[in-house]
Design a protein around this ligand. Structure first.
Ligand SMILES: NC(=O)c1ccc[n+]([C@@H]2O[C@H](COP(=O)([O-])OP(=O)(O)OC[C@H]3O[C@@H](n4cnc5c(N)ncnc54)[C@H](OP(=O)(O)O)[C@@H]3O)[C@@H](O)[C@H]2O)c1
Length: 301
């Protein structure tokens, strides 16, 4: 991906990972627009980064997406990068009936609905400008963290969706990138117990990701090159804290731990490493699938 002379829209760019990328892209001279729901956060961004444009918009609301698209297309017709970054995570106890069935789907609406709708609303412009789409999924797309069951499912959905999107856009001139961050220190992870998960900083994430983006990688997964203990991040939150393994609705018995879901022989060692999981097996991006495209029909709507 070319990292300069771009016009970049980052959803959820008012804080955390999105803001760190926005600041980096702006420092490289790019035109950067960020969105978020809270105006106060956006105002803070504007105060510290006057070059960054801010627009209040909720990716969970289709009508706000439509308004955003109209506004951005008018004001920034050269827009050629969309980074679908906005996301939320919620601890959920699936064993209890939810008091609010609408609220139960909030992560789906934002993390999946937001990405799908934003992509659709901007796809024409991205095709016209031969742009780049960056979807932020997560390392948790590949191994469920049981305390965040729906969040993990949304990230798995984004991984699958992004692969299909890349295939469909193969001949369009739009490059489709998936960023799968490991655990990163942001508001989203702020209530994780100290030491339960090794977190990297947003700056470190940006530094590592920029190298991969510059190298043209389309699937960016960083766990091998960050200094965090990747295995720990896959475990249920309360299983690795200094106070030892506690029983809680979030802490699954060993037989259900993610380690067994994609276990490999080395994951069955005893002692400190017991329960550690193997790294997800990253499937290579399929080679050119053009020959199969003849049998591939897109149904509109
Ligand atoms: N932190 C991690 O360890 C980690 C790891 C892997 C992947 N990720 C992914 O990285 C992305 C960013 O996470 P983060 O850790 O930076 O989160 P964060 O610190 O909580 O920041 C989230 C940002 O998204 C905005 N946002 C949330 N819901 C939104 C909505 N409906 N519409 C528009 N903006 C919205 C927030 O502002 P408002 O609340 O004001 O809208 C904020 O600017 C997410 O997709 C997350 O799943 C995070």
């Amino acid at each position: 991906m070319k990292l300069t002379n771009r016009t970049i829209l980052i959803t959820g760019g008012s804080d955390g990972i999105g803001l760190a990328f926005a600041a980096k892209f702006a420092s490289l001279g790019n035109e950067v627009i960020v969105t978020g729901r809270r105006q106060a956060l956006l105002d803070k961004v504007k105060a510290t980064h006057p070059r960054i444009h801010t627009i209040q918009s909720d990716v969970g609301d289709p009508s706000q997406i439509a308004m955003l698209a109209e506004r951005v297309k008018k004001a920034f017709p050269r827009l050629d990068v969309l980074m679908n970054n906005a996301g939320i995570s919620r601890y959920r106890n699936l064993t209890l009936e939810s008091p609010d069935l609408n609220q139960l789907m909030s992560e789906m609406d934002i993390n999946v609905g937001g990405v799908v709708r934003m992509t659709s609303a901007f796809i024409d412009l991205l095709k016209t400008n031969k742009g780049t789409l960056i979807n932020v999924s997560s390392a948790l797309a590949f191994v469920p963290l049981p305390c965040l069951p729906i969040y993990c499912a949304t990230k798995a959905a984004i991984h699958s969706y992004t692969q299909s999107l890349r295939f469909q856009l193969e001949d369009s001139g739009v490059e489709v990138v998936e960023l799968m961050p490991p655990a990163v220190r942001t508001v989203m992870t702020s209530d994780l117990a100290d030491g339960s998960i090794a977190l990297i900083t947003t700056d470190k994430l940006v530094e590592l990701s920029m190298a991969d983006l510059a190298a043209g990688r389309l699937e960016i997964h960083l766990e091998e090159r960050s200094n965090w203990r990747s295995c720990d991040a896959w475990r249920p939150i309360s299983s690795t804290g200094s106070s030892g393994r506690r029983r809680s609705p979030w802490c699954l018995p060993a037989r259900y731990r993610p380690s067994r879901v994609i276990s490999k022989p080395s994951a069955r060692r005893v002692g400190r490493d017991a329960g550690a999981i193997g790294r997800p097996r990253w499937r290579p991006i399929p080679p050119k699938l053009k020959s199969k495209k003849e049998n591939f029909h897109v149904v509109e709507g």
